[in-house]
Design a protein around this ligand. Sequence first.
Ligand SMILES: Cc1ncc(COP(=O)(O)O)c(C=O)c1O
Length: 342
Amino acid sequence: MSDRVIDLRSDTVTRPSAPMRRAMAEAEVGDDVLDGDPTTRRLEQRVAELLGKEAALFFPSGIQANQTGVWLHVERGTELILEAGAHLLNYESAAIAGLSGAQVRPVTAPDGVLTAELVAQAWRPVSAHEPRICAVAAENTHNAAGGRVTPVDVWDELTALVADRGVPLHLDGARLWNAAVAQGVSPARLAEGATTVMVCLSKGLGCPVGSCLAGPADLMERAVTIRCRLGGGMRQSGILAAAGLYALEHNLSRLEEDHANARLLAERLEGHEVVRPLEPDTNIVMLDLVGATAEAALARLADAGVLLLPFGPTRLRAVAHLDVSRDDMIRAAETIARVLNS
Ligand SMILES: Cc1ncc(COP(=O)(O)O)c(C=O)c1O
């Protein structure tokens, strides 16, 4: 039996495969800030096409693309509605306050799924005293809620409401690919009704770096200026974009394997006395602990060769990804069950 460490902390820990590295090494490149990089253009066109948007722009990170999306839609001293567990609110170093100067209005949704009803309840009257709501942001899949998927009908009601209120909608789709595969629909279907969409290439798809923001062509032109302001213009970015093109061709359809591995982990831990898995929608499994703290459990699991992340004082997160096989997941489940039994 292998004693290799099984790293389930995140789907960002994947290493580029040999064929992905070859595609990167052979990429045709130019200076993307000066007069354009041909491989980056091809990636942006492909992502725009997959998301059903006019244009897309390549970014070094999901946070930079997310914050650019928000910045396009809000003004200083206005309000953005989002879900209380959103990545935009909790894991981006207060960038909305720090960069675009809007106030966030968190609403708590069961399972992180923002609904039309919740947004309608949070809507404010037009008033000289209350903040003006400038935009709404959603997240699919929802990371902190355990990779939760927004069902298509719930999404359609939300987009209809937001359109009716006449404000833009930004979608944090860091793992939109997973949401699409889980529901058997296209990414474009799940991006329908969103003004801007952020997607990551460096999570389930296995790229070393890279995210895209997609939306209307005029907004993407303005996004170039915001990306410049944030220092996100890259020169021979085709080397990174080539990894993205490779991943979209080879690693998108295999995401179902990660979902199956996540289900396998949850099933194997079902009925355990200390570890209570939440049923996964996609590649993330939240594990609630009974009678143990996350801190102590993590240390013992790391000693036994399984790495997880804490997601609260008594909650752990396990993520299935490209570099974790079915056998690895079976071994991880056995290790977790054994180590946390006592
Ligand atoms: C839902 C979500 N949005 C945005 C991001 C940010 O992406 P990055 O780490 O590439 O900046 C993450 C990263 O984990 C995420 O899970």
